[in-house]
Design a protein around this ligand. Sequence first.
Ligand code: FAD
Length: 299
Amino acid sequence: MLSGIGPVNHLQQLGIPLVQNLSVGNNLQDHYGTTILFKINASLSITLENSFYQPSTLCQYLQNQSGPLTSQQGIESEGFYFNNYTFPALGYPDSGLAYGSYWPTNGTNLYYVMPYFGHPTSRGTVRLADKNPMTPPLIDPQYLVTNNDLEQSCSTHKFPFFMTNTKALSAIGAEYAQSYTPKCVYPGSVTDNFIVCLNSYYGSSLNHLSGTCKMGPSSDPEAVVDPRLRVHGVKGLRVVDASIMPFLPVANIIQPTIMIGERASDLIKEDYGAPTNPLPQIPISASANYKSLSNTITL
Ligand SMILES: Cc1cc2nc3c(=O)[nH]c(=O)nc-3n(C[C@H](O)[C@H](O)[C@H](O)COP(=O)(O)OP(=O)(O)OC[C@H]3O[C@@H](n4cnc5c(N)ncnc54)[C@H](O)[C@@H]3O)c2cc1C
C-alpha cells in the first residue's frame, strides 16, 4: 500500500499517489481459539519440576537428545475433526485441535487442548496508520464477528470437555482447571456462554494470518493477484506469500505457504522458458471439492 497499490480511498486519505486501485488489506483471515487446561490425578504431565528444574533432564537432553526437553510445547497429538461439518461436499474436517502435556506449573498435573474452527467466515482488514514505513500497520482481525463463526467456535471448544468423559481421560480424573480462568467460572457442564467468556478473555490468534492479497480473476473486486501470482494491472510484480490464499486452509498454513513459494519459482521459470518440475496430478475428487468450497465462500 505504501507503494500506491491498494484501496483508492485509503491511499488518498494518506496522500499516497495511486498506482493501482486493488483490495490490498481486505479479506484478512486467521484461526482463533482458547487454550483449555484440564487437571489430572496422574503424574503424566511435563511440569517445571520434572523438566526444566531437573539437572538430570538437562543432561539427558544434552547427552542423548531425549527426554521431556525434546518435546515441543508438550504437544502429544494434533488432529482434525468434523465439527458441524460446515461444507459437507468437502469431505474433510473443518476443525482442528492439539493435545499437550506441558504447562509451566509446579507439581500440578495438567494437559491442555488448543481447539479452533478451521473455516472462519469473519473477515478483517490491514490498513496503514500513516505514510511512514516504520509505523506498525493497523490490523483489525474481526475475530468471530459472524454468527456462523461464533456458533462453530462454541461447538469446537466444547469438544475437549466432552472428551473428558472418555474411558482414557476419566480414568485419570480429567477435570476443568478453573484456577487458570478466574474471569470465567465453569458452570459444571459446558455451555455456549462459558465458551464465549473463554474466547473473549483468554482466546488468541493461532498466527495464521492470511488472505489480504487474495488470488482470483480480475472480475473479482477483492482479488489482488491472478492465478500466476501477478498483481492485477501492474506489470512485473508478483505476491508470493500467505496473503494470496483466498481462504484459510483448515490446517496450519506454513506448508501451503512453502508450496506457494515453490510454485512461484516454477511460474517465473516458465515465463523465461526454463524447464520446470511437472505439476503433481490432483485427484479429480479433490479439485471438485475445492470448487465446491469456492462456490460456498462466494455465496
Ligand atoms: C509465533 C508464530 C508461530 C507460528 N507457528 C506456526 C506453526 O506451528 N505451524 C504453521 O504452519 N504456521 C505457524 N505460524 C505461521 C507461519 O509462520 C506463517 O503463516 C508463515 O511464516 C507466513 O509466511 P509468509 O512468507 O507469508 O510471511 P513471513 O514468514 O512473515 O515472511 C515475511 C518476510 O518478509 C520480511 N519483510 C517484512 N517487511 C519487509 C520489508 N519491508 N522489506 C523486506 N522484507 C520484509 C520479513 O522479515 C519476513 O522474513 C506461526 C506464526 C507465528 C508468528
